[in-house]
Every structure is written in structure tokens, then in C-alpha cells.
Design a protein around this ligand. Structure first.
Ligand SMILES: [Zn+2]
Length: 192
């Protein structure tokens, strides 16, 4: 239900050989929200996830080394797709390790279409891998203290669960929580 299987490949700029890596299995999509820059919508960070430039690649055929684009595709898509926005970061400095939270807004929609990343190239048209937002978890505060709330969809609309307080909210709030809350886990359900 949660299994997300990826294929990875890169093409050597020196000899054009396509290097395929073994498939990998994830149970959530852990998406960075800094590169190529902050302030982009979720779809852009997902594109970045599926096509990162990786330094230090070496071709076993022609010995070319350098930075090459790794192309990741989805060979098995989950029924429920968890997306984790990497807001909580460990920063290594000379003086030691510190942790920080990225509070930038990452706009996302009720619908998410990731068909273009399908490993099956014949099924990359819109709707092949389409998801609808079902729930989210948001955090307010910093790395030392804070509070979590959940938004969840039901047959009667969207509800906010905040400790003992449960109340119906608008879709607008679901997509952009008020106050100082920033979404960091999104749960999307596949639609057919
Ligand atoms: Zn090569």
C-alpha cells in the first residue's frame, strides 16, 4: 500500500553508456525544499528529487568522472503516497553540529500528478499517476519546542485535529494552515 519503488539510471557524457542502478524501495518521498532555491511549489521540488545532479560520478567503461544527472523513475507507485518536506535539518560546522528548521512556505495542491516520473514511458500522460490530498501534519515552533496539528479529510469535509479540539475547516486552510503552522508531512491517495 505504501511501497514506492524507484529505478535509477545515468548516462555517461563521455561514452553515452546508460548505467542502471539496482531498484530501491521507499515508504515515503523525502523531498528537500532548499534546492535549487527556496520558495518553489512542491511539484518543483519533486522534479528536483527525480532528476538530481550528482557529483563524483565515474564511468566504469570510459573512466569519465564528473557531475552527471541521475534520472530516477517510479517503477511501482503506492496507493498512499507520504511526502515528507525536509524542514528539519542537521548542519555540520567547525564548531559542531547544529539543527535548524526551514519555515519557508511550499505551496501544494489538492491534486498531485507525478505521471511524468513513471518508469513506464508509455504511461506518462496526465492522470496515469494521480493523487489527491487526504491528510497532512503541520508543525509550529522551532527545533527545541513546538506543537503539531493534523488535517484529515472525511466524507463530510476537512477537519483539523489539534489536541482535544476538533473542528471543520475550509479547503483553503487545509492547503495553507493559519498561524505559525508549516506542513511537513502530506498524505496523498491515488485516484484512478
Ligand atoms: Zn563513459
Amino acid at each position: 500500500m505504501f511501497k514506492l519503488q524507484h529505478q535509477q539510471a545515468w548516462t555517461c557524457p563521455g561514452c553515452n553508456h546508460v548505467h542502471n542502478a539496482p531498484t530501491s524501495v521507499e515508504f515515503s518521498l523525502s523531498v528537500g525544499i532548499e534546492a535549487p532555491r527556496q520558495g518553489l511549489p512542491l511539484a518543483d521540488y519533486i522534479d528536483q528529487y527525480y532528476g538530481p545532479d550528482v557529483a563524483g560520478m565515474t564511468c566504469s567503461r570510459c573512466q569519465w568522472t564528473g557531475t552527471a544527472r541521475q534520472v530516477i523513475t517510479i517503477s511501482e507507485a503506492p496507493e498512499i503516497l507520504f511526502i515528507q518536506l525536509r524542514r528539519f535539518q542537521v548542519v555540520v560546522k567547525k564548531k559542531g553540529v547544529s539543527i535548524k528548521k526551514l519555515s519557508n512556505s511550499v505551496p501544494f495542491g489538492l491534486w498531485l500528478d507525478i505521471s511524468r516520473h513513471n518508469a513506464d514511458t508509455t504511461a506518462r500522460g496526465p492522470g496515469a499517476l494521480r493523487y489527491k490530498l487526504a491528510a497532512s501534519i503541520s508543525h509550529s515552533g522551532d527545533m527545541t519546542q513546538g506543537h503539531y496539528i493534523t488535517y484529515s479529510t472525511t466524507g463530510q469535509g476537512v477537519y483539523c485535529l489539534d489536541d482535544l479540539n476538533v473542528g471543520k475547516v475550509s479547503v483553503q486552510e487545509f492547503l495553507k494552515p493559519g498561524g505559525k503552522f508549516q506542513p511537513y508531512i502530506l498524505a496523498y491517495v491515488r485516484t484512478y
